[in-house]
Design a protein around this ligand. Structure first.
Ligand SMILES: *Cc1c(COP(=O)(O)O)cnc(C)c1O
Length: 352
């Protein structure tokens, strides 16, 4: 008899769909919230990397630089192979139920499902902000062990109100309510935001975890993300971390290139000013409703979004079709001035 592999797959994986990250050939790539600005890796950086030895399991050099840049204690930082990996680890360590608003970054749901944990999805309100009444009542009812809030939120682009986030953090950290959960504020897009973010709150709330990544500021190819939390949480997560999760090249290249934070700031400045220009252009385009953004992308609503997506692709421009998460919406990453001009021109043509 032929072996039926399907029957061997654990049931929660059997029904899972892989994260769709196909390579679609295009001329202008504005679908994955990458930075349009890369960095050159010089020969000295490469020469300093050894291939026959395992990487530093603690990424000490990189940790020193990141903690200095953000004025943090190295004990409060843990690196992942992208922040995706840390989302995985956090759910492994704390378990479910896992609560998050929708639409949100798809990995919270995919990883929870892969690990067989219950998911509690709470729709955002009409302004894409947190529906705190509903969230608090679900916390009471479902007792989630971990809550993910990405702010600025992907794919909507806005920051959630800081007082609403704080209300959730407070509610889940108080011995008065007795409802304890870990609250993970995913700040993947924080560098593009006008808000301060939640790093300053860390010392006040032991259940608060912040996720950051280098992916959106020019290093998506290196896969370097990190979490910032109380050292007790760091130590627990470190127990499940694969020993050499951050490879030598990523460590040495990231360490050498983020030392000069001025270049990164320059790029971020270019992207945020282009974002405002792009937003303005989208507002002026008939039939398009863009949403304000604190990130490096813009979500916009358009009639016949599938058709517009296809027509843009025919012109070589790749955006993200959000059909499955925000119906009728497309998401465009802010590119270089030139790329944005090509996109706007093409969009105006296909809207006719
Ligand atoms: C892109 C993104 C991440 C993943 O970042 P990596 O560090 O590349 O794994 C995490 N959270 C959100 C909200 C994102 O949009």
């Amino acid at each position: 008899m032929k072996i039926n592999i399907k029957s061997l797959i654990s049931p929660n994986i059997r029904n899972l769909r892989a994260y769709s990250a196909k390579e679609i050939p295009c001329r202008v790539k504005l679908d994955a919230n990458e930075s349009p600005y890369g960095f050159e890796i010089n020969a000295d950086i490469l020469k300093a990397t050894t291939t026959n030895r395992y990487p530093d399991p603690e990424a000490k050099t990189l940790k020193k630089i990141v903690s200095k840049n953000l004025r943090l204690n190295p004990e409060n930082i843990l690196f992942g192979n992208g922040s995706d990996e840390l989302i995985y680890y956090l759910i492994i360590v704390f378990g479910g139920p896992v609560l998050y608003p929708v639409p949100a970054f798809s990995m919270y749901g995919i990883i929870s499902q892969a690990l067989g944990e219950k998911r509690i999805e709470v729709p955002l309100d009409d302004e894409f902000d947190l529906d705190t009444d509903r969230i608090l009542s679900l916390i009471k009812k479902e007792k989630p062990r971990i809550i993910f809030l990405s702010s600025p939120n992907n794919p909507t682009g806005n920051c959630f109100s800081a007082d609403r986030i704080l209300k959730i953090v407070e509610f889940t950290s108080s011995s008065v309510t007795g409802h304890w959960s870990l609250v993970v504020v995913d700040e993947a897009y924080q560098p593009f935001s006008s808000e301060k973010g939640f790093l300053p709150m860390l010392s006040d709330y032991k259940n608060l975890v912040i996720l950051r990544t280098l992916s959106k500021i020019g290093f998506a190819g290196l896969r370097v993300g990190f979490m910032i939390a109380d050292s007790e949480i760091i130590n627990e997560v470190n127990k499940v971390r694969l020993p050499f999760n951050l490879n030598s090249l990523s460590q040495s290249v990231a360490a050498a290139l983020i030392k000069d934070s001025n270049i990164i700031k320059l790029h971020v400045g270019l992207i945020t000013s282009e974002r405002e220009r792009l937003l303005n252009e989208l507002w002026k385009t008939k039939g398009i409703k863009p949403y304000p953004s604190e990130a490096n992308f813009i979500l916009f609503k358009v009639k016949n979004s599938d058709k517009i997506y296809d027509r843009l692709l025919k012109k070589g421009i790749l955006v993200r079709n959000m059909r499955e998460t925000v119906n009728g919406c497309l998401r465009v990453t802010v590119g270089t001035k030139k790329e944005n001009n090509i996109f706007i021109k093409a969009l105006k043509e296909v809207m006719k």
